[in-house]
Design a protein around this ligand. Structure first.
Ligand SMILES: CC(C)(COP(=O)(O)OP(=O)(O)OC[C@H]1O[C@@H](n2cnc3c(N)ncnc32)[C@H](O)[C@@H]1OP(=O)(O)O)[C@@H](O)C(=O)NCCC(=O)NCCS
Length: 182
């Protein structure tokens, strides 16, 4: 019987550190991930955006960003990607989330663990009630991941600049998350 990767290794989130920045830059430069994530291979952030992010990391204040860490029993701590939240609507208690893993860490169940950690933080520590995200309709791996985490489709919209690209908006409510074993 295959043993799940998650039982031998532990995923945790921590705020980005200065030594993470070069890893973020390499994740942002992965053109296939940019295509899956943004619907365009040219999604790399500008030099000034990277400098601003670096400055925030050095100041120790990068609101909403977390480095996804894998603790491997043989190697120790490994940075595997990032997860973030943004656009908190305190009135409606809603928040948007997004995730990206380095390519060699795809398909190991890490995404599910990382989303579970972030949702627990947003729902139980920040007191929010709903998380949502948008995903390109062709990004079947990501859609499957979000379904595994309990997200369901809320609506769909056409990309304003690329009519051939459809975005699916998915969401999960705290009450549903509380009933799931993630
Ligand atoms: C999307 C991403 C976060 C997923 O993380 P992950 O750790 O690989 O996800 P998991 O392994 O937990 O789950 C992926 C699921 O999709 C399934 N899957 C993989 N490829 C698939 C495909 N082409 N069609 C349908 N399902 C697919 C896997 O089998 C798995 O489901 P299962 O556990 O039922 O077998 C990661 O691949 C990534 O960072 N991709 C690049 C950036 C991106 O797309 N970000 C999301 C933007 S909305």
């Amino acid at each position: 019987m295959a043993i799940s990767y998650q039982f031998l290794n532990k995923i945790y989130l921590r705020p980005p550190k200065a030594c993470d920045v070069k890893h973020y830059v390499s994740w942002w430069n992965e053109s296939f991930s940019n295509y899956l994530d943004l619907g365009s291979v040219t999604g790399t952030p500008s030099k000034s955006a990277v400098s601003e992010f670096t400055r925030q990391v050095q100041d120790g204040y990068v609101p909403g960003w977390f480095t996804i860490m894998l603790w491997d029993e043989y190697i120790g701590d490994i940075r595997v990607g990032y997860i973030r939240y943004r656009n908190i609507d305190w009135k409606k208690k809603r928040v948007e989330i997004a995730i990206r893993l380095g390519r060699k860490y795809w398909g190991k169940g890490i995404g599910k663990s990382a989303i579970g950690e972030l949702l627990a933080h947003l729902f139980y520590e920040k007191g929010l009630e709903e998380a949502w995200l948008s995903v390109a309709s062709f990004n079947q791996r990501a859609i499957r991941l979000y379904e595994k985490c309990g997200f369901t489709e809320l609506n769909r919209k056409m990309d304003p600049t690329k009519p051939e690209l459809t975005w699916i908006i998915m969401g999960i409510h705290r009450s549903k998350f509380a009933k799931l074993v993630i």
